[in-house]
Design a protein around this ligand. Sequence first.
Ligand SMILES: [Zn+2]
Length: 104
Amino acid sequence: MKQIYEATNMIEAQILKDYLANSHIDVIIRGEFLQGALGELPVNTYPTLWVLDDKEETNAIAAINAFQASNENSHWICPNCQELVDAPFTQCWNCQQDKPGQLD
Ligand SMILES: [Zn+2]
């Protein structure tokens, strides 16, 4: 089992898990139960995706990259309130959070 991706939140992790399942790549999400823990573990609380079959690692990463590339023109997930926001908007319509990952 190999870690292939670190998501920013559970919704993103779940969307990618479902997407990969549609591509016949089985992954699990780890770390989801650590969110909200009382800080006793020095852990990364971001959910991570792990591919069950190591041989699928390359395929899974490629699929995620393709998914994210296609998603740049469809929608994004607000990191503040987890709303799904349509691509033309660079701010969340719900809470006015700026779209993350604006590189320019
Ligand atoms: Zn928002």
